[in-house]
Every structure is written in C-alpha cells, then in structure tokens.
Design a protein around this ligand. Structure first.
Ligand SMILES: [Zn+2]
Length: 377
C-alpha cells in the first residue's frame, strides 16, 4: 500500500551522477547553439497551423455543404476532433507546463487552448502535475486512478471484470475524450477533494466560474450553434458531435497510455517513510518508454508525446527541442550503463500495452518494482 506520508524521491549520491551529467550536456546544447528552451519559429508555425486547421474544419461544418449526408457531416466533425487532439498535444501540453514561452502570461493565455477543446486548463495543470511528479506510483499518479474501471497497476484491487480488461479497455478508450469534456472535469471539481499527493483541495471560486463559462462556449460553438444553423436535423448534428470525440479520443488515450503502461515498465512503491529509493530521472527511465522515435512526421504531429522520457525529465522545455535532447539522453544513458526503454514503432508499443493489460487481468499478476538502473548502487 502507498504510505499516507508525503512521497519523496530520495536516492544515493552515486545515482545522481547520471542526472548531473545529463543536465550539463543539455545546458551545453542550448548554450552552444545559442537557442531558447521555449518556442521557436517551428512552434509558432505549428500554432498558426493549428489555428488555421481549426477554422478550416469549423468552416467546413458551418458551410452546410455536408449536412445532406450524415456520413459526410460525421467526417468533417471527425476532422475537427483530430485538430483538437493536435492542439492538445502540440500547444496546450507545452503551455500548461510553462514550456511554450518564458513569459508566464503567454503560457497562461495559451493554456486556455485546453478549455477551447473542451477540457479545463486549471484542472489539467493540477492533475497532469500529479501524474508527472509520481509516474506509475499507485495511489498518487492520477492517471492510474480509474475508480476500479481498469487495473493499470498491480496495486489496484482486482475485480472480476478485470478478467476481460485487455478487450474492453480499447473500447472504453474511444470514450476518453467524450468523458473528459462531459463528465471528468465536473467529477474532479465537485466529487473529489484530493489530487495525487494534495489533500483537502479547495478550488478558487473563479475556477468554478471559468469551468462553466468555458464549457458553455465549447458546447455552444461545436454543438448548439451547428444544431441551430445547419439544415441537418438536430439529432444528426448531435450524433456527429458525439462521433467527433471517439476516434480522436482513442488516438489520444493510446498515444499516452503506451508510454507508461507497457510490458517491461515498473511500479515502484514508497517505503513506510514515504521515500522512493531513486532519483526522479532514473524513476522516469524505469517507468516510461518512447515509441517511433525516428519518425519525424509522427513526432511533429504528436507534439513529442512519443518521445516521452525526455518530456518527463524536462517538462518545462518546449517539445520542438525533444528530438535533439532525446539523442543526448540516449548517449548519456549509454555512457552510464542505464536502460532506456523504447519501441521502434507504435505497433510494437501497442502490443506491449496489450500484454500488460492482459497480465494485470489476473489477480496474482507479478510486476517489477525496480528496474536495472535502480539497482545501480
Ligand atoms: Zn506532460
């Protein structure tokens, strides 16, 4: 069981040599190239591309050209859904990590891209922060917390329905985005008082107001206005709106899940004093895997979610720098004899995700608590 004490990473100095070396090499990369750790021209182009694609998709819907055929209307709505996921991976994620800009104000403004695509930037910052701080630690990594729906870690109490989780999980992933925009934010605002390590949370009043205003704008813009102005029946538009969240939601969930929940990952637990016997960088290397690292197009479209290890070690660096930093990370790992987990393709990552879901479907599933690098003393 997870200790009720505050969880901390506490490692022996010899293990810290790796992170010291990595830090020096990363700093040297930015200094020698004389570049900022935040957005560059490529990132500004991506931002403009996302805005143009959103306007284009929305204009296609509102043009009424596709309303005569529900299949065509569903298709243009789905395009908007994928643009929303592109915004989530490429703009929102960086902004909520304060990685987009050196300016706090610009990061705050860009973070509202989360509300624009149906989420809530305030809650995302808190919840995603709790995931970042405690990857794969049961009880405080909120991405493992599914109220018993899935068994993503061996410390999640086993339920009979988990026997089939390697089948139903993928079906439920398609509902991930829809659930997020309609249920999840409200549930965490009104039904939960703790997030990860933070207990008895009181959300600021302005965030409740913001939640209702931004949700109304999202529902209004993407569902109610098209229902009013398109010639298609309201229920066809509503069906298209629901459909907009499904395949993009599945894509979003899988891209994220395969990076932490895979055959070969570890599920460390703190000792009775709340200490994890590792430093954070090594902990990430034991609980996180990259995929499709060499795919330039994949990395561009996914906003570097696929090269996830470096993101966890340096979340406040803009993702456009991750390909170069991942090469530095790999070299540093090699020099220190530390394992770096990766899958060459998304297909291979998916198979490993399926395998661990199947493994954890059994009540007596055993998994690794520490990896090879944690054993380096
Ligand atoms: Zn993140």
């Amino acid at each position: 069981m997870t200790s009720s004490k505050r969880v901390r990473f506490k490692s022996k100095p010899v293990k810290d040599n790796f992170i010291k070396d990595l830090r020096q090499r990363v700093d040297h990369y930015f200094e020698s190239n004389n570049i900022s750790k935040h957005a560059n021209a490529e990132m500004y182009f991506k931002t403009a591309f996302a805005a143009v694609m959103w306007l284009f998709s929305y204009a296609l819907i509102m043009s009424d050209m596709f309303s005569h055929s529900w299949i065509q209307l569903y298709a243009v709505y789905m395009l908007l859904g994928f643009v929303n996921i592109f915004i989530a991976f490429n703009i929102m994620h960086d902004a909520t990590h304060d990685a987009y800009s050196a300016s706090k104000r610009i990061n705050n403004i860009m973070s509202y891209s989360m509300d624009f695509i149906g989420g809530n930037q305030y809650l995302f910052r808190r919840m995603h922060g709790a995931h970042h701080g405690y990857v794969n630690i049961h009880g405080i990594d909120v991405t493992l917390e599914t109220h018993g729906q899935f068994r993503f870690s061996p410390d999640e109490p086993w339920l009979p329905k988990h026997k089939w989780q390697h089948f139903y999980t993928f079906g439920l992933y398609t509902l991930a985005h829809l659930h997020w925009v309609t249920v999840k934010d409200f549930k965490w605002f009104f039904g939960e008082s703790s997030i990860g390590n933070q207990k008895n949370i009181k959300h600021p009043r302005k965030e409740y107001i913001s939640l209702f205003i931004t949700k109304s704008i999202y529902y209004g813009l993407t569902c109610v206005i098209p229902m009013i102005f398109l010639s298609a029946s309201w229920y066809v538009v509503f069906g298209a709106w629901i459909f907009m969240h499904l395949l993009p939601g599945l894509t979003f969930a899988l891209m994220f899940q395969v990076t932490h929940i895979y055959e070969g990952t570890t599920f460390p637990l703190p000792d009775e004093d709340g200490n994890i016997d590792n430093n954070y960088a090594l902990h990430v290397l034991e609980t996180t895997a990259d995929f499709s690292r060499t795919s330039k197009l994949g990395t561009w479209l996914m906003g570097g979610i696929n090269i996830h290890v470096i993101h966890h070690i340096y979340p406040q660096i803009c993702h456009v720098h991750y390909p170069a930093l991942t090469e530095i990370l790999r070299e540093t790992c090699m020099d220190h004899g530390i394992d770096y987990h990766e899958n060459e393709t998304f297909g291979k990552a998916l198979v490993k995700h399926y395998k661990i879901l199947k493994h954890l479907s059994k009540p007596d599933a055993k998994v690794a608590r520490v990896g090879k690098s944690a054993a380096l003393v």
